[in-house]
Design a protein around this ligand. Structure first.
Ligand code: ADP
Ligand code: MG
Length: 872
């Protein structure tokens, strides 16, 4: 750029420090955007794009917005995933020599929004960082903050599957990755879970333990790595460092309410990977990503924003600790019984403001007097809540009652200092209650007396001049004046001085009025100033109690969730599940919590299930399309999840041996969430199960193997089921729905495999789905090769090949299930020498072909293959 002006020079320098942000460059009363920023912003904000140097060779695109109404513009850019850097003039233009100095004072991005108008109150607005190294495949650090509430948590996860699951569970507004090759690698590996999210990078120089320790020390001078719980977790530490570095760079230093990082451990929660979370539709539906129709949609009966956020956390992080689960169950069960108290408690909670976010605003000094009053009226409800809780027995409710600090001091302070209904603005007075501050009261007295003084003056002057229409008034430009209409001008006394002439009146001032004006105006100005100072003092005092407020908010959130779950359980007739450490799973008359609640027309049919690791480890569920297989299996998984998050369950009776993780996998063509899904993806997911399942897991396999040809599909499904059965370390409770009827033969050779099917009835030439699960059992691609690529265990691959050979050779043996034939199998009979000439294999294959189910392409391939075999 040849003819750059000094100002453009300055702009370009600042922009160079913020290449990934749209730079709002303060020029007088406007924020201007230039070049590409202007092009992008003008389109999103729908404002006019003009240019500097119009007509010259080097036009510079330009657009601008008035600085005093910038909020909605910033919000809109951020909602579109952009980062906005706000650059202000940092010296007075009048005294500046040369060009005014400018600096970026604040950066706003989706994870750094604090404006309550633009974020959903019922969910957290997380900024999440992933600290992973390509070289070290093991532990990966992860951390997140919500600057609106001050929550700050870090952890370490083994493997990127867990990271992807956690990203989906936290559903962050913005994700931070390291810059450089590690970040590129992470981005590539986490592609699916990052899709549609704003991703920003943290500079490589900032990614050191030294920098992290330094930042932690600056933000939390009283803390220590031991206290944060991350002394032995370098990955978790690094994630914390990335977050703090980003906050620092974004000039979000004023986050005094940010809690010290707390380390959490995923072993404290049931493991749910990304596919399982999506597939079970925990917080969003598969088909449109909406909350309505998800488990959260049905479960959420919370009445506060804090409760809503907590419930989302409970659903996405079910527990694995029996004591904690039982404590929640006991509380919910008691609240189900105590209808009256439940309703009363919910009424008291309803209308309590969002204490966590109020707390954040107060700490960040963006909270106004209305926020303080909102805090006060919310806290005033606490004593009644404590009284109600005292009438209940369960230990968790008792603990909550104990932990709810009514914060009397804060309530009293706000009550004494702030008026009941203060204005939004802070600099026009009217905030502080009379009696709170003697000096303020005195000034107010002066200004009040002034009003009487004016009225008196008006009366006196009317009497003196005999002009009945004489008025004493005030306006901001001219101050106090006496107004006389034109027709009475001849009666104006000599001591009146003319101040302003209007069309049909003249305005005057007198020395007495002038003197009064100075006194009163001074008082008004001082009043506003004192009020603002007092308000800030009060706000600081309240902010100092932030940790106590946060603790109360957390108790109320928990209480709200428990009450909501009780309300649902009461209305929908849920039962209290018996929980233990066994590997049993027994459900009597279980229902699908969401479909039951949403079902239109068709009555929901309840079903039983029994799973264990003795006889009923693997249930093969067959039945026609649309019979209800998928619904049944998901219902079992959801009931387990509900139980372990602390809820009662939609069943008549349930006994649940603790589940450490739930896996669900859906055959490729059923997998709606990943439209472009391939067989490779299906197999990758399957591989993940076989590598990570334990005897405590619950596995739901829905039409696995259907992404490839029939023979491949059956073979892989068969081999997987055998593997889950035969290997003690992965022998998990498994539900396996399939349309391959051949798989029912498994039950003949494997003792812990049971067949079930979904009953149907033929009636008047039509098929009627009975929706009842009953006992009993009702073609070439490169699938196995792909499965091997995806990392399926070698044993499974080998066995699949063997089974495929059996299938393709099409040999029958009287009395023996044909697929089960194995070189080293347990129950299969030893191979026998045939006494007869073997039948012609080609003939036999032809005889077996069912032309009715072949696609034209399959038919062609088959024909081609048969011809090759004939020629070989
Ligand atoms: P499949 O997996 O066997 O093809 P689905 O589980 O997808 O069948 O069920 C098909 C439809 O049947 C579902 O959309 C649901 O509305 C209905 N359905 C399934 N199970 C039940 C049930 N137990 N009671 C009532 N309706 C059901
Ligand atoms: Mg299905």
């Amino acid at each position: 750029m040849a003819k750059t002006t000094p100002m453009m020079q300055q702009y370009l320098e600042i922009k160079a420090d913020h290449p990934d942000a749209i730079l709002f460059f303060r020029l007088g009363d406007f924020y201007e955007m230039f070049l590409d920023d202007a092009v992008v912003a003008s389109r999103i904000l729908d404002i006019t794009l003009t240019s500097r140097n119009k007509g010259a060779d080097e036009e510079i695109p330009l657009c601008g917005i008035p600085f005093h109404s910038c909020q909605p513009y910033i919000a809109k850019l951020v909602q579109h995933g952009h980062k906005v850097a706000i650059c202000e003039q940092v010296e007075d233009p009048k005294t500046a020599k040369g060009i005014v100095r400018r600096e970026v004072v604040r950066v706003v991005s989706p994870g750094l929004v604090v404006d309550s108008g633009t974020i959903d109150p019922r969910r957290n607005n997380y900024l999440l960082a992933v600290a992973g190294r390509e070289s070290a495949d093991a532990a990966c650090g992860l951390g997140f903050v919500d600057i609106t509430t001050g929550e700050f948590r870090i952890t370490e996860l083994d493997g990127l599957d867990a990271v992807a699951g956690e990203i989906l569970a936290r559903d962050p507004a913005e994700v931070l990755l390291p810059d450089g090759s590690d970040g590129a690698w992470l981005h590539d590996r986490l592609q699916v879970s990052l899709a549609g999210r704003t991703v920003n990078r943290v500079a490589e120089w900032a990614l050191s333990d030294d920098r992290t320790v330094q930042l932690l020390g600056e933000f939390f001078p009283d803390g220590s790595l031991e206290a944060f719980g991350c002394a032995d977790l370098p990955g978790a530490r690094l994630a914390a460092g990335m977050l703090l570095h980003y906050l620092r760079e974004a000039r979000q230093g004023a986050v005094s309410h940010l809690q010290p990082p707390r380390t959490y451990h995923c072993r404290d929660y049931m493991v749910l990977d990304e596919f399982t979370r999506r597939n079970l539709e925990l917080t969003a539906t598969l088909h449109d990503g909406k909350r309505h129709g998800s488990l959260l949609g049905v479960l959420d009966r919370t009445v506060t924003a804090m409760g809503a956020r907590k419930l989302r956390h409970w659903i996405t992080h079910p527990l694995v600790d029996l004591d904690r689960i039982r404590a929640r169950h006991a509380a919910v069960a008691e609240l189900v019984e105590e209808s009256l108290r439940r309703d009363e408690l919910r009424e008291r909670l309803d209308g309590i403001h969002d204490l966590e976010r109020l707390n954040g605003r107060i700490a960040m000094a963006t909270g106004n007097a209305k926020d303080l009053v909102a805090l006060q009226v919310s806290l005033q409800r606490l004593p009644a809540i404590k009284v109600l809780l005292a009438e209940l027995q369960s230990p968790l409710l008792d603990r909550l009652r104990d932990a709810i600090d009514p914060l009397d001091d804060v309530v009293a302070l706000i009550g004494q200092a702030i008026v009941d209904d203060p204005p939004f603005v802070l600099r026009e007075g009217g905030l502080i209650r009379a009696g709170y501050h003697a000096g303020l009261d005195e000034l107010r007295q002066i200004s009040r007396e002034g009003k009487g003084w004016i009225a008196r003056l008006e009366q006196e002057e009317k009497a003196r001049t005999g002009i009945a229409s004489l008025k004493v008034r005030f306006n901001r430009v001219f101050g106090y004046y006496i107004e006389i209409t034109r027709s009475h001008l001849d009666r104006v006394p000599d001591d009146y001085q003319r101040k302003q002439t209007l069309a049909n009146a003249e305005r005057f001032i007198t020395p007495a009025l002038k003197e009064y004006e100075e006194k009163v105006l001074g008082a008004e100005e001082k009043l506003v100033e004192i009020e603002y100072d007092l308000f800030q003092q009060v706000r600081r005092q309240v902010a100092a109690e932030g940790e106590r407020i946060r603790a109360v908010a957390d108790c109320l959130a928990t209480l709200d969730v428990l009450l909501g779950l009780a309300d649902l359980a009461h209305e929908r007739d849920y039962c209290l599940p018996a929980m233990d450490e066994s590997t049993e799973l027994l459900i009597v008359e279980g229902r699908h919590p969401v479909i039951e609640a949403m079902s239109l027309g068709e009555r929901f049919v309840a079903n039983d299930v029994r799973l264990d690791t003795a006889q009923n480890q693997i249930l093969i569920i067959t039945g026609p399309n649309m019979a209800g297989k998928s619904t049944f299996m998901r219902q079992v998984a959801l009931i387990v999840l509900l139980a372990q998050m602390g809820s009662l369950v939609p069943a008549k009776k349930a006994k649940i041996g603790l589940v450490d993780r739930i896996f669900t996998r859906v055959g490729a063509s059923d997998n709606l969430a990943r439209g472009q899904s391939t067989f490779m993806v299906e197999m990758t997911e399957a591989a993940n199960i076989l590598h990570h399942a334990t005897p405590r897991s619950l596995i739901v396999l829905d039409e696995i193997g259907r992404g490839t040809s029939t023979f491949d599909g059956i073979s892989i499904a068969w081999a997987m089921a055998e593997f889950l059965h035969d290997h003690a370390d992965v022998a998990a409770r498994t539900l396996f729905a399939t349309h391959y009827h051949e798989l029912t033969e498994l039950a003949e050779t494997r003792e812990r495999v049971q067949n079930y099917n979904v009953a149907v009835k033929e009636w008047n030439d039509q098929i009627v789905f009975l929706r009842r699960i009953v006992k009993g059992g009702a073609s070439h691609s490169y699938g196995i090769q792909v499965a091997r690529l995806a990392g399926l265990p070698k044993a499974v691959i080998e066995r699949a090949k063997e089974v495929l050979r059996n299938l393709e050779s099409g040999e029958y043996e009287a009395g023996a299930p044909r697929l089960a034939r194995t070189a080293g199998g347990r129950k299969a009979p030893a191979p026998q020498l045939s006494l007869f000439e073997p039948p012609d294999p080609l003939r036999q294959r032809l005889a077996e072909i069912d032309v009715a189910v072949l696609t034209p392409l399959e038919a062609l391939n088959l024909l081609d293959q048969l011809k090759k075999e004939l020629n070989s």
